[in-house]
Design a protein around this ligand. Structure first.
Ligand code: PMP
Length: 411
């Protein structure tokens, strides 16, 4: 993209005109949530102005309209991730709920002594649900470790995988290191032993072209809000044959076929997993976010963010006292996320000064405490890019880190 093209994209994000303590906003916390383009903001208003209504159950015009829009988004997501059937797309609150749904619904298939494999770079939402399940069923949680550069120790995985493995649950892209895991090989190997694989794709949909059939993955999960969509909505993709076998996650309206006091039967997919009134607004608005991503093109977003990443790594590496994590790695295996520390300064101190200078970064354990323990730190500073970030912003970030250093080290 030329500077002019990026400016045109930036103009679609009203929040980027905000001033933070009189400085222009430089938003580099995109791995936490991305900003929303006008298309998405306007879609919210349009939903409430023209079709607000409860879906599926209604006979009337508005209910029918909202239902059509919701089901149209399900179809859009199916196409976006190249699933086979739209009934394989289950709407949830987001990545976290999707993982909890699988961990809870699969419960009765897990026996004492079974094994579940995750890795030490996982977000807490891909650790705790499995930990709880293992505790409940007497199963064993096996943790793949990493090399110093943050790359998964695939030897660990090969050592752990066996007929006892029931589930392997790994992130596609690490939210701390930005490393893209070799999930295709992991899925293939896990299937040789009859294990199911869940991929936590929270960081992937605005970075990589996704093809769940090509990956042959059993479950794939992500949230709308990290791909320019609203918060409180996300999805679980699951292979139809597997989802059909799983027990419902929550119970109530919408997910039943027939209710009597003797017996209740459940709806077919996807409704069996969608109890209660869903986030109708969120689903419909998410459709506009997908349109936005598709108009720019994932490959274009990906290659622009890669350029930002390479430039930022070059700039940051030249700063004395900066420690980058997961950087000694081929750029083709990394997305636009960089985590670092500055000397032994506390990440909150660094983050607070950057904030005063208008730069939004994330600081702390980044919901990945086991990974912090691996690197023997209590927290890190994370910058993460989106399509609206610029090379100039990276220059300003570098200058601001130098300023921060001066202030905190009283140089
Ligand atoms: N997994 C990863 C890798 C993430 O980056 C995140 C969000 N930071 C989550 C899971 C949880 O996503 P959500 O909060 O949208 O449920």
């Amino acid at each position: 993209f030329s500077e002019k093209e990026i400016q045109k994209i930036r103009n679609q994000f009203p929040i980027l005109k905000e001033k933070i303590y009189s400085n222009p906003l430089i938003y580099m916390d995109n791995a936490a949530t991305t900003q929303k383009p006008l298309k998405v903001i306007q879609a919210t208003q349009n939903y409430y102005s023209t079709m607000n209504s409860n879906i599926h159950r209604g006979l009337h015009y508005l209910s029918h309209k909202a239902t059509l829009y919701v089901e149209n988004v399900r179809e859009k997501i199916k196409n976006f991730i190249h699933a086979k059937y739209s009934s394989e797309i289950i709407f949830t609150k987001g990545t976290t709920e999707s993982i909890n749904l699988v961990a809870s619904s699969i419960d009765s298939f897990i026996k004492k002594g079974d094994e579940i494999i995750i890795s030490c770079i996982e977000h807490h939402s891909n650790i705790v649900p499995w930990q709880v399940l293992c505790k409940k069923r007497g199963a064993i949680l096996k943790i793949i470790s990493i090399h110093e550069n943050g790359f998964l120790k695939l030897k660990d995985f090969e050592l752990f995988i066996s007929e006892k493995t029931k589930i392997v649950s790994i992130c596609h892209i690490s939210n701390v290191l930005g490393i893209i895991n070799p999930i295709k090989n992991i899925i293939k190997k896990a299937h040789e032993y009859g294990a199911l694989v869940l991929i936590d794709g929270a960081q992937a949909p605005s970075n990589l072209n996704l093809d769940v059939q090509e990956l042959n993955v059993d479950f794939y999960v992500f949230s709308a809000h990290k791909m320019y969509g609203p918060t409180g909505i996300g999805m679980l993709y699951g292979k139809k044959k597997i989802l059909e076998k799983l027990y419902p996650y929550q119970f109530g309206g919408e997910m039943i076929k027939n209710v009597s006091f003797d017996k209740t039967t459940y709806s077919d997919l996807p409704f069996k997993f969608e109890a209660g009134t869903p986030n109708i607004e969120g689903i419909i608005v998410w459709g506009s976010a997908i349109d936005f991503v598709k108009e720019i093109g994932i490959s274009n977003i990906q290659s622009y963010k890669k350029k930002l990443l390479i430039y930022a790594v070059k700039c940051l590496s030249s700063i004395d006292g900066i420690q980058l994590y997961g950087d000694n790695i081929d750029f083709s295996k990394k997305s636009g996320i960089i985590s670092f520390n500055l000397y032994k300064l506390h990440c909150f101190d660094v983050g607070s000064i950057l904030d005063r200078l208008g730069i939004a970064v994330r600081t702390g354990h980044l919901c990945a405490q086991p990974l912090m323990n691996f690197f023997k730190v209590s927290g890190m500073i994370r910058i993460s890019f989106s399509i609206y970030n610029t090379f100039k912003e990276i220059d300003y970030l570098s200058e601001s880190i130098l300023k921060t250093k001066k202030i905190l080290l009283k140089q």
